[in-house]
Design a protein around this ligand. Structure first.
Ligand code: 13P
Ligand code: SF4
Length: 307
């Protein structure tokens, strides 16, 4: 670690104690940020951790919808997002207004939203899901008609796994669509022993080539299996840091070095320190939206507990 980083890490650690703060970090964050985490995980684990933390302050190193979810779950805590520009372009592909219009066209449909959505969209939804529990959430529904927003590719994947027809919003993750099937086929030829593991936000043609389709933390668990010595990884490049750190001696091959989520990289040690010093920027969901959004998030957490 560079001296500059060591100094920042020390200051963050002192201030974290003083504020009674917890640092929650998504698996795609910069390595230096993952290294200061109290907990690193996928969207589901981070929301479960936020829900049960005894801290007064949550420093959320991830993107905006994740901090909002923490605020929905913990209205009495201060939730800090060290850079407010860290959004999720896919979450921004649908608004509450457009979802309301869609609901009018399908008045009897159950609305399922991917956690990668704004609090306002969650407030319009019946239940939420993450990449880790999406199949279980859809299987738990007794519904004739399901609207799924905003990720068409996750929706397509769940529909193929569950056999349930769903009406899909045409959103997508600009980072995961950079992962191309042709490259996976090349890597399979180059590394015939390797397991191919991809995120369900990938294109259906990519998913068709995979040995496993998993959330980011699901990929970390899969990598620990004894039989996995080499793994072709179809997700955002930030996951490579944790995979390599936790599994020295194993080989991890990213499908695309271009699969970068620039928003995830906006959080730096400097910004984490500043957020703790200034207790800002804060993400706070209004009471009115929160009371409507919490039902969808709680229902999802309940299904996950039953997993
Ligand atoms: P996970 O919940 O699998 O970590 O995914 C979050 C995300 O934003 C994927 O692009
Ligand atoms: Fe959103 Fe894609 Fe970035 Fe995940 S990787 S936060 S889905 S833009």
């Amino acid at each position: 670690m560079e001296n500059r980083d060591a100094g920042l890490v020390e200051k963050i650690s002192v201030l974290k104690k003083k504020r009674n703060a917890v640092i929650l970090v998504h698996n795609y964050q910069l390595g230096e940020v993952q290294d200061i985490a109290d907990f690193t995980g996928d969207s589901l684990e981070l929301s479960q951790n936020a829900a049960k933390t005894g801290a007064d302050v949550i420093v959320f190193c991830g993107v905006h919808f994740m901090a909002e979810t923490a605020s929905i779950l913990c209205p009495d805590k201060v939730v800090l997002l060290p850079d407010l520009n860290a959004g999720c372009p896919m979450a921004n592909m649908i608004t509450a207004e457009r979802l309301r219009a869609m609901k009018k066209e399908h008045p009897h449909a159950v609305v399922v939203c991917y956690i990668n959505s704004s609090a306002e969209v969650k407030a319009e939804s019946n239940i939420c899901c993450t990449s880790a529990n999406a199949v279980k959430v859809i299987e738990s529904l007794d519904a004739q008609e399901i609207l799924f927003v905003p990720d068409q590719y996750l929706g397509h994947y769940i529909s193929s796994r569950t056999g349930k027809k769903m009406i899909l919003w045409p959103g997508f993750c600009p980072t995961h669509v950079r992962i191309q099937p042709e490259r996976i086929s090349e890597l399979k030829r180059e590394y015939p022993q390797a397991k191919v593991v991809v995120h369900p936000e990938c294109l259906p043609e990519v998913i068709a080539l995979a040995d496993a389709v998993l959330s980011t933390s699901g990929m970390c668990r899969y990598a620990r299996r004894d039989e996995v010595r080499e793994m072709v990884v179809g997700t955002e490049i930030g996951l490579m840091y944790r995979l390599r750190k936790e599994n020295p001696g194993k080989r991890f091959i990213p499908v695309s070095e271009q699969a970068v989520c620039p928003n995830m990289k906006l959080i730096t040690l400097e910004k984490v320190l500043r957020s703790l010093e200034e207790m800002s920027p804060e993400v706070k969901v209004s009471r009115e939206i929160r009371l409507r959004a919490i039902a969808a998030v709680d229902k999802m957490l309940k299904v996950s507990r039953e997993l």
